[in-house]
Design a protein around this ligand. Structure first.
Ligand code: N01
Length: 892
């Protein structure tokens, strides 16, 4: 809609002569604001950028403390939108200094003539949505107010410094500085006694330089942080060669990577590597001096699993001890309270060695907290330190603070953003907020932002927003707003994603824990840059899913819904399977399908080590059957779980669920015996069922020979294996044993009816299809036999069965028959617990170390099995982590 029309509809307030009318107002002239302005102009929008500072630069304008540099390699920390710009600027170092980055941003502003639309020295005081004019009204402290159709917060994530939170700062007679607001003229610290409070990135970068300048430096540390040497200097040739070789591909790979820097996904898991191999990888990463490298390139489980992460943490702790000469100081500097990477690690230059200097003192605030700041210095509850200068490197009210602290933002119906976010940030895609039409945030809470290379994330956000504004204009709409449904869905997806990584396990500014009283939760999107980009694209591809669009004359469009209902890793797995464009399994023939499954399984991560893995033969219903036995590393004898693999009675064998059996063996502390029962079509119904029963009986009778605990056994199974486990329980009850203490049924087949809603809703698209199930049934069982309880246990007598734990997945054709079995068992008086796994598919829980969000489910399954066996729900930590001496020898 042309601005002239807006003028005629404007309210009194917007018609004021002192109001600047623009299509779009942007707050902030840092990396984000500059690029957005450039894009808006090219798209023909009138725009103004409001900037409190005296020049461009954003965070690089304010953070001028000694040693300030980027900590993503500068080759990656650059704009990519214009290849000519890319060629026109060459960075002098691997990690550019703050002045060089500021020069770069000034160069960009000049090159695209951006300054003429930036109002410097202008602080925004208030922003209010006016429903009548469908515009944002913005008041400023300098010059005209602004009326705009769209309002974009390009205010960064770490721009609102945290107040000191220590009593007495006002009484201090010396100089006080904040790293985040360092004086432009610099600070002379020569010959002075300086205190630095805080050992995050700002503290760790500045401390070595302050120590070199000051007469005496006292560092007040509350939480030790992980830091690795930057190894700064010329750009490393490996990255440079990669970049120069094919700039377009390099940049494109960055856009689709997990962290916004083109590194491959690691597939080797820590337990597959020997100590020497892990050491070699670690030393290489240490020498590379690159956070993204060390955070992503060691082994696949380093960021998602506590055990895999501890190995990295231990190696870094060893490095700290090697550098710091005084063991007590080394111990104080060594982090133990968070997984490596869960709190933002730092890049340093001589940080740990600085504590070997005679003029540097470390005060461990965990042992002697600061009591107050006095006129002369800082007093802890043990000592007083007289100082001339105090430097606060105490960080920021991150992410939400960068938006809320700018000014009050009032949306539709007079609702303040501060009250909508009182319990934590609510956003759709981290870009928009329901109730705040035409308001956009760049790298806001709910987007990958601070967990990524900001330059890449900023460009993606800016492009997405400006492309939407163009599309809106072209379609004749004047406003867009996230729906409550879409926002609630994103909040749930964020929570799902937060289970992928270890960020939730640390108290950090990522979670809001650094600001007293702030609502807590992982604020950045932990699902990765590439997946996030594809989700944003999908929103557009699905007709602006989750947005309400409005235009003149009551025109309205709303395609409501949630963009991601699957668990994030399930979404990735299904996406990869879809890309493989496989023929339907049922068209492969039984042998072809078996061959396919064998090949497919070769690509999965190796199962985790257990105490011992053995093989043998047992007696089935009509001859010997192979089995595989998984024994915990803890001292026995252990209870035995008889396990039946999945595969529709046609596919799989005693080792096809190997990672699941290993994982459950470790979690339960029990022996798992996986049975190689006979398969269709060679052996049709009731061969598998009868083998299941016979095998259970044999294992119970030979429990002691197997090193297990004599007495009742437990049964477990997945899919068709869940069917066999359920049937075995019924047969054992009816045929006089063996005694079964409990049954774990994971996505079991329980009935021969195919018309329950889950069969229809999930008929295709989730790997196990309706067509595949038909094929399995046809190969295994004639229609005339299908109501027999030995294949449809739901139709059997359910009284007197062992307690059950039944797991069903939301996106699984078998979901409803599993739920029906649980409900009918309960009605029959059988103790039964259900886990209805939201966002999961049929294979989620057996894809161990691929579907990471399956871990909590398996924890619950293990707890249930332990309860059934009369064991305490959880194993003691010592036994769970018991060293497995014979692992390598015994693991197959
Ligand atoms: O802030 P921080 P920062 N009493 O929050 C301590 C980015 N950045 O400015 O951990 C005593 O990390 C606090 O202790 P604790 C980067 O993303 C990038 O250093 O809360 N101590 C902590 O040690 C970074 O992560 C670069 O227990 C108090 C420190 O102060 C983010 O900005 C450079 C305290 C604050 O560390 C923030 O870094 C710089 C108190 N009352 C920053 N309050 C690059 O290289 C806080 N602390 C690109």
């Amino acid at each position: 809609m042309p601005e002239a029309m807006v003028e005629t509809r404007a309210t009194d307030a917007t018609r004021s002569v002192s109001t600047q009318q623009v299509d779009v107002a942007v707050v902030g002239a840092g990396f984000a604001g500059l690029y957005i302005l450039h894009r808006l102009r090219k798209a023909g929008f009138s725009a103004v950028v409001l900037e409190e500072a005296g020049d461009v630069g954003g965070t690089w304008y304010w953070n001028r403390y000694p040693g300030a540099r980027c900590d993503i390699q500068t080759i990656d920390y650059s704009y990519t939108f214009d290849p000519e710009l890319d060629k026109a600027w060459t960075w002098s170092e691997k990690y550019a200094t703050q002045p060089e980055i500021l020069r770069y941003l000034g160069f960009v502003a000049d090159r695209y003539d951006l300054r003429r639309d930036i109002r410097f020295g202008t602080k925004v005081k208030q922003a209010t949505w006016d429903d009548a004019s469908e515009r944002w009204l913005i008041s400023t402290d300098n010059g005209a107010n602004v009326s705009c159709r769209h309002y974009i917060m390009a205010t960064g994530c770490l721009s609102a410094p945290k107040p000191p939170e220590i009593d007495g700062v006002k009484d201090f007679k010396g100089e006080v500085y904040f790293t985040g607001r360092w004086p432009h003229e610099g600070v002379n610290l020569k010959g002075k006694r300086v205190a630095v409070i805080g050992t995050g990135s700002s503290g760790i970068q500045s401390i070595p330089l302050i120590a070199a300048d000051a007469a005496q430096l006292t560092v007040f540390q509350r939480t030790p942080n992980f830091a690795l040497p930057a190894g700064n200097g010329p750009q490393p040739t490996d990255r440079k060669t990669l970049f120069e070789g094919d700039r377009t591909t390099y940049r494109e790979q960055a856009r689709w990577s997990m962290a916004g820097v083109p590194y491959p996904q690691q597939t080797a898991v820590s337990w597959q590597l020997s100590d020497a191999e892990r050491r070699e990888r670690f030393e290489k990463a240490w020498a590379a001096g690159d956070l993204v490298h060390i955070l992503t390139q060691l082994w696949a489980d380093q960021a998602v699993d506590v055990d895999g992460n501890t190995i990295v943490g231990d190696l870094i702790r060893e490095k700290i001890r090697n550098v710091v000469k005084d063991p007590e100081i080394a111990a104080a500097l060594t982090p133990h309270d968070h997984p490596f990477g869960a709190k933002r690690p730092c890049l340093d230059t001589n940080y740990y060695a600085t504590y070997n200097r005679p003029n540097v003192t470390l005060v461990n605030l965990r042992q002697e907290p600061i009591k107050e700041i006095t006129a002369d210095g800082i007093t802890t509850d043990r000592r007083s330190f007289d100082v001339d200068v105090i430097v606060f490197a105490t960080g920021f009210d991150a992410m939400t603070g960068a938006i809320l602290a700018v000014h009050p933002i009032t949306g539709r119906g007079g609702k303040p953003l501060s009250s909508v976010w009182a319990g934590g940030p609510q956003t759709y895609l981290g870009l928009t907020v329901a109730g705040f039409p035409n308001l956009f945030m760049i790298t806001g809470p709910g987007s990958p932002s601070v967990l990524s290379n900001m330059a890449v994330s900023i460009e993606q956000h800016a492009d997405w927003v400006v492309d939407r504004l163009i599309a809106l204009r072209d379609a004749g709409f004047t406003s867009m707003e996230a729906t409550e449904t879409a926002q609630a869905g994103w909040t749930r997806h964020m929570a799902d994603c937060s289970m992928l990584t270890l960020h939730r396990l640390a108290n950090t500014w990522y979670t809001g824990a650094n600001v007293p009283g702030k609502a807590q939760g992982v604020m950045p999107y932990t699902g990765g840059v590439g997946p996030y980009r594809s989700i944003c694209n999908e929103v557009v591809g699905r007709g602006m899913l989750g947005f309400k669009l409005k235009g003149p004359g009551g025109a309205e469009q709303c395609n409501d819904g949630e963009i991601v209902r699957l668990q994030p890793d399930v979404r990735l797995v299904l996406g990869m399977l879809a890309e493989m464009n496989l023929p339907p399994i049922e068209t492969m023939g039984a042998q072809g399908a078996r061959d396919f499954l064998n090949e497919f399984n070769k690509g999965r991560p190796a199962g985790r080590p257990v105490g011992e893995v053995g093989e043998g033969m047992l007696q089935g219903a009509d001859g010997p059957l192979p089995y595989k036995l998984y024994r915990p590393a803890t001292p026995g004898p252990h209870p035995i779980v008889v396990y039946f693999h999945g595969g529709g009675w046609v596919l799989g064998d005693q080792q096809s669920d190997d990672p699941f059996c290993r994982d459950m063996c470790r979690r339960t502390g029990m022996i798992f015996v996986s049975v190689g029962y006979r398969h269709a079509p060679d052996y049709r119904f009731p061969a598998a069922a009868e083998d299941g029963y016979a095998a259970t009986r044999w294992i119970a009778e030979h429990a002691a020979d197997l090193g297990g605990k004599p007495g009742p056994v437990l049964v477990a199974g997945w899919s068709a294996g869940g069917n066999i486990a359920a049937v075995t329980c019924q047969l054992a009850r009816d045929r006089g044993g063996p005694e079964i203490a409990g049954q774990l049924l994971l996505s079991p087949v329980t009935d021969c009816s195919f018309d329950r809603p889950s069969y229809i809703e999930n008929a295709t698209g989730y790997f196990l299809t309706r067509g595949l199930m038909f094929w399995f049934w046809d190969l295994y069982c004639s229609p005339a036999d299908r109501t027999d309880p030995r294949v449809s246990p739901l139709r059997g007598k359910l009284e007197g069965l062992p307690p059950a734990f039944i797991v069903t997945s939301e996106f699984d054709p078998l979901r409803d028959e599993g739920i029906a079995y649980a409900e009918e068992l309960a009605k029959a008086g059988v103790p039964v617990e259900q886990l209805k796994a939201q966002g999961h598919f049929h294979s989620s829980f057996v894809m161990v170390d691929v579907v990471i969000t399956g871990v909590p489910g398996r924890v619950k399954m293990a707890e249930a099995l332990r309860r059934f066996a009369g064991l305490p729900t959880q194993q003691s930590d010592a036994s769970r982590h018991a060293p497995p001496p014979e692992v390598n020898a015994a693991a197959s």
